[in-house]
Design a protein around this ligand. Structure first.
Ligand SMILES: Nc1ncnc2c1ncn2[C@@H]1O[C@H](COP(=O)(O)OP(=O)(O)OP(=O)(O)O)[C@@H](O)[C@H]1O
Length: 250
């Protein structure tokens, strides 16, 4: 279990995270959802160890990691822009991290992961020959071969379109369940958060507005912000689609 206790972070005198308390069960998918500037990326970076926290604790399976350097936490992130090495092909990108830590994944495990992510036919392609969805899967594979203890994903679906988005979503769910891997995802899209996650953390101005299952958020929004920001966005999306066809059957 990953526990965040009273996490605080201030930039230039402004509280960006103002006391976040959170428990995430092992194998759970949690989305961090909120408007621009609400502190999503800062929270992700604090968990990763890229950003130091000012106050509070990060406890993983009972071990206090609050001051543990990023590399020793054993958490790993897929960045929004994938950050693949352009001079390497897909396969070389996937196994890159194993050069320094051989044996973390066996050849068989790497093969299984490549099959799971449907990358078998794309291994020889250079990065610029890969589509957005393929790049995302290579980035996921490259991270997963290192067997992170927690997987962090920064806006993993934002650059992808409809069908590809659904396919990546399903793969993320499969990975979290097959590997019992705690997965934390930053998104600004309520639909993504609600359809992908076991629980959704809704941030507003550095504080928790609601932390619940998608079902609970839909049926029992805890406050006006959740209703306004999250549910209204979904309603607007829905109405936009339905208004397109209004009168079509008249
Ligand atoms: N390194 C930094 N130095 C100063 N201020 C920062 C720094 N990083 C983030 N901030 C500020 O902290 C606040 C939260 O930023 P953060 O990037 O966490 O928000 P976010 O919810 O991820 O936003 P977005 O959806 O736009 O990416 C913003 O006001 C931002 O300007």
């Amino acid at each position: 279990m990953l526990q965040l206790k009273n996490i605080k972070k201030t930039y230039n005198g402004k509280a960006v995270l103002n006391g976040i308390d959170l428990d995430i069960d092992t194998g759970e998918i949690v989305s961090i959802l909120g408007p621009s500037g609400s502190g999503k990326t800062t929270l992700l970076n604090v968990i990763l160890g890229l950003t130091d926290l000012d106050e509070g604790q990060i406890i993983f399976n009972g071990e206090d990691l609050s001051r543990t350097p990023m590399k020793q936490r054993g958490f790993n992130i897929v960045f929004q822009d994938y950050a693949l090495f352009p001079n390497l092909n897909a396969y070389e990108n996937i196994i890159y991290g194993l050069k320094n830590k051989p044996g973390v994944s066996t050849k068989r495990e790497v093969r299984e992961l490549i099959a799971l992510l449907g990358l078998g036919n794309h291994l020889g392609k250079t990065v610029d020959q890969l589509s957005g969805g393929q790049k995302q899967r290579v980035a996921l594979a490259r991270t997963l071969v290192m067997k992170p203890r927690v997987l962090l994903l920064d806006e993993p679906l934002s650059a992808l379109d409809g069908v590809i988005k659904e396919s990546i979503k399903e793969r993320i769910k499969t990975i979290a369940s097959d590997y019992n891997l705690t997965t934390i995802i930053v998104t600004h899209d309520p639909e993504e958060a609600l359809t992908l996650s076991d629980r959704v953390l809704i941030l507003n101005e550095g504080g928790i507005s609601q932390y619940s299952t998608p079902r609970e958020i839909i049926h029992n929004p805890h406050n006006g912000f959740v209703r306004q920001f999250i549910l209204n966005q979904l309603e607007i999306k829905r109405n936009n689609i339905f208004s397109l066809f209004e009168g079509a059957y008249a």
